[in-house]
Design a protein around this ligand. Sequence first.
Ligand code: S3P
Length: 434
Amino acid sequence: MSLGWIAGPGTALHGELTIPGDKSISHRAIMLAAIADGTSRVSGFLEGEDTRATTRIFGQLGVAIESPSLSERIVHGVGLHGLTGSSEPLDCGNAGTGMRLLTGLLAGQGFASVLTGDASLSRRPMGRVIEPLARMGARIDSGTGGLPPLRIHANNNLQPIDYELPVTSAQVKSAVLLAGLYAQGDTIVREAHPTRDYTERMLAAFGWPIEFRPGFARLSGGHRLRATHIQVPADFSSAAFFLVAATLVPGSDLLLRRVGMNPRRTGLLRALRLMGADIVEENPGEQGGESVADLRVCYAPLHGIIVPEVLVPDMIDEFPALFVAAALADGETRITGAAELRVKETDRIAAMTAALQSLGADIAETPDGAIIRGGKLHGGTVDSRGDHRIAMSLAIAAQRASGEVRIGDCDNVATSFPGFVELAAAAGFGLRLA
Ligand code: S3P
């Protein structure tokens, strides 16, 4: 039986919270440390199912990885050409980032690999990475329609590529760049809408020559990665649930410590501020080459907005939480240009629309977004469809509902936010296991 929650109504949120490590950075830290020369340390590693799956996969590929304590990993890098093939499939679990980045990394190895995933990942499009990698000379077989499982053939002769991304996706950009490490000559990725640049920054931190700026990245094959220490900041996407919850529940005053503030991730902050939120950045600093800050968030009444499309890539994972903010704001919020939400862990437009409607919200979905008229929510039973971010967003909605909300299928919250229920309950959420 899958895990369910009983959520809300909540009380004011108070306290100082440390949110778990960034998922995107944790995946990349393990991947690059694995193919670096020497021993790297990863601190603040996300102990989520997604990032643990990536760690397990590198174990299968011959990389020794120790866990001296929670959120710490010591990775004994095997060098660019030191991975060894596995006769078993490599199970990425629920992780789109894991599968898409690994496809790029494994496309230029002298051994074949098979990548698999859970039911949700098995429905997610992989053609977007297969297409550019095939142009680089990779041979990758997929299920019908470019779906997993993927069989990546051995290839010691990848060609570089100058690639303009047809989809706004950091995962596709990263897959091409990681394959480019194994290609002779310049690999270039161009983006009309800049996405998170963690792969570029981390390659530089591991000493690989790379030129990058928003919308452009260029590297050439044939260099080496040098082991380093990566300090992973707190995940803005996980912090987002607390930013929205504290904004919505009267009397709240929360401090979130050392949150990653990469501008390609913090679009929600800008959207919430446009809606009237009271969120202040304190103690700005740097951690592992990323800007971080403490975020103080206090209750504030919100009003609806037209979400600027330019913010969409910078808040792509935060829309479920934004749907909740909009459903409880004064007036109408319009979301457009966000069709990518339909191919996330689940169709997030459909999932949030159905769940919030069943709690009494006034929402109409559109092909690439939604029109949400703010009002009141009541209790009820909703389905997270096995999507971690839908489950946590509905837990926030419940804090302002007039009755209890039962949320089904919450196991996958452990993919990105282990300990969410305990942390949220300690801050004042009405939230317990069903
Ligand atoms: C990620 C990129 C985004 C995001 C995902 C993590 C990454 O996906 O939604 O949670 O780490 O590169 P897309 O590249 O599909 O937009």
